[in-house]
Design a binder for this molecule. Sequence first.
Ligand code: ADP
Ligand code: MG
Length: 346
Amino acid sequence: MLENKNQSSTSLSDLGEFKLIEHLTRQTKIYHQNTIKGVGDDCAVLENDKLQTLVTTDLLIEGVHFDLGYMPLKHLGYKAVMVNLSDIYAMNGVAKQITVSLALSNRFTLEALEELYAGIHLACKNYQVDLVGGDTTSSTKGMLISITAIGEVDKKDVVYRSGAKPKDLLVVTGDLGGAYLGLQILEREKQVFQVNPNAQPELENYTYLVERQLKPEARKDIIELLKKLEVKPTSMIDISDGLSSEILHLCKQSNVGCNLYEDKIPMDQQVISTCEEFNMDSTTVVLSGGEDYELLFTILQEDYPKIKGNPNLTVIGHMTDEDQGKNLITRANQKIELIAQGWNAI
Ligand code: ADP
Ligand code: MG
């Protein structure tokens, strides 16, 4: 399994809270002029011009949202930031700052937390966000991480879940299903490892899937691409749960129905071959599996020529009048009702 190669171990109780915070944040870089004050006072101070401020927060709990048995701490730090930035991009905004709050049991060493912060700092660098604060406390069991992301958006650019209209095209970025299958692979390897600790993990055929689970990337690039293409989505959401539940959110908040075409859903070849190997239905995996952190949005039909042929963007359906319902059109051209866990077999 993925082991911690760092041999030294400094206990947190030797260090104390303030030294720990200082140690973890001493390499923190500030990328934005509007970050007036970061870590080190009672509050961070951010300058807000005429733009609207976006705020989002997520709480991750060990054993519920992550398993350190196969999630290296550096990846956990990176992913915890991605999960939040993805929500800022889903509003068509630019992420600027984050805060990181931790609750830690005494089983974690300073070296372990350095790994976690290496991932957090890397995410901050890659996505140009400033770490401006947080909180550090103890927990009786395991680790909790709460990250808050702060972003900006021009009033005219903000995109809600509620703006979709009938006939708008439904578009998804990247490909889907990988992160869920990656989790299944890692769970399987963990069980093999528990039975036989000498077993070597067999991950070669699943590298893309494991990477999708352990190192997701929030789609900042898509927000920049859409700006360049001069396409403003009419509604948008990020795909943290399965595709079907995200589509249903857009439909509900926009008061529209939809037709989703099964044969249009983008999947990587590794998703298809792994589903075959495990005897799973790939459409079920995509509709119900989560954590892909792609963006799902709707655009006006007249904007279609602007996105046509872009390998990052796939039209998977269109919105309809609400009374037409929310439907999956199967490869066999059957219309089936979409439900949050996938679809309702008739
Ligand atoms: P307070 O007593 O006001 O809560 P703290 O001593 O907890 O202040 O925090 C001191 C400074 O360190 C603050 O700027 C806070 O935002 C920051 N900070 C605390 N914990 C973390 C952390 N885990 N990561 C980053 N910054 C942190
Ligand atoms: Mg505090």
